[in-house]
Design a binder for this molecule. Structure first.
Ligand code: TRP
Length: 296
């Protein structure tokens, strides 16, 4: 595809000037509405998203842009079931999702994104269970958007995600996903738990609590074969947070993952003092001072 023809005279006069760049940014956003120009515009905008801090509001408030991005997303729904997604289809939608991630991360558009129920359009991708690369990549990128949303710890965000049942979707990825998507899904669950509403939600029934602790335990076991410091850290933080709920804390006495109590991870935790302290606090919360001493 050829370069975008300059739309404004000023661009020719000073192609590298700020004005010229702004014009081309606006043009690229407009190009998203044109099917023929969309793919190139997507790639160019992704390259520029770091420099242009106000890309998110521009995407959100320009006419037809979000509709065009949604059109790209829903256009691959028919290929989810039965699973039949080509790498290039997946790649194209992942680029769309990466742009939406800007919108989800930007403080001025986050709540607008949420109020428009945008995360719901990603749930079909999280629901798909095929383990092929195109599906895996799509899940990981979708989780990235949700991860960007939960990062700030806004109760409104957490409430919406809980209501729309994000937890079972995350648990599914934590059980079956690739190492990377497991990590992002666990990060999301961690941030949900850190919110008071989230902790209350997960601890509201025994079924929910056990579903979560069981998945965390299974992941811990697989960590002893394939270590990941980041994943271990999120898992320990999840368990520590669960121990803030009195009933969950009591249940953890019998259900804390064994490998967390037997020094399996001592060596890798030496390099991460914060996570090491979290684990000590967790053992203290669950087993009390005497019990924790006996373990160590
Ligand atoms: N509707 C289910 C519930 O509210 C959703 C759910 C399934 C769930 N598995 C979970 C919620 C695990 C929390 C944890 O229980």
């Amino acid at each position: 595809m050829s370069d975008n023809p300059p739309l404004f005279g000023s661009q020719q006069a000073s192609p590298h000037g700020r004005e010229g760049q702004m014009a081309s940014l606006e043009q690229l956003v407009l190009d998203l509405c044109d099917r023929d120009l969309r793919e190139n515009a997507l790639l160019e905008l992704l390259k520029k998203r770091v420099i242009f801090q106000d890309l998110a509001p521009l995407l959100w408030h320009s006419c037809g842009t979000i509709a065009a991005l949604l059109q790209e997303i829903v256009s691959i729904y028919p290929f989810l079931s039965p699973p039949n997604l080509s790498p290039s289809q997946s790649n194209r939608v992942c680029n769309v999702l990466a742009l939406l991630q800007c919108v989800a991360s930007h403080p001025d558009t986050r709540i607008l994104f949420l109020n428009a129920h945008m995360p719901l359009y990603l749930y079909p991708f999280l629901n798909a269970t095929s383990k092929t690369k195109p599906f895996e990549y799509l899940r990981l990128t979708s989780l990235g958007v949700i991860g960007a949303l939960v990062k700030v710890g806004d109760t409104e965000v957490i409430g919406f995600l809980l209501q729309t049942e994000i937890i079972p979707l995350c648990l599914r990825t934590m059980e079956n996903g690739s190492a990377l998507s497991k990590t992002v899904a666990t990060f999301i669950v961690q941030n949900v738990l850190l919110d008071d509403i989230g902790l209350r939600y997960i601890c509201a029934t025994a079924e929910r609590f056990f579903a979560v602790i069981q998945v965390l335990s299974t992941m811990i076991e697989s960590l002893s074969e394939q270590p990941s410091m980041r994943l271990l850290k999120y898992i320990i933080r999840c368990c520590l947070r669960l121990s803030d709920n009195p009933r969950a804390c009591e249940a953890l006495q019998d259900h804390l993952p064994k490998l967390l109590t037997d020094r399996t991870f001592d060596r890798c935790l030496r390099e991460d003092p914060l996570t090491c302290r979290w684990l000590q606090q967790l053992l203290l919360n669950v087993y009390g001072e005497l019990g924790a001493q006996q373990l160590h």
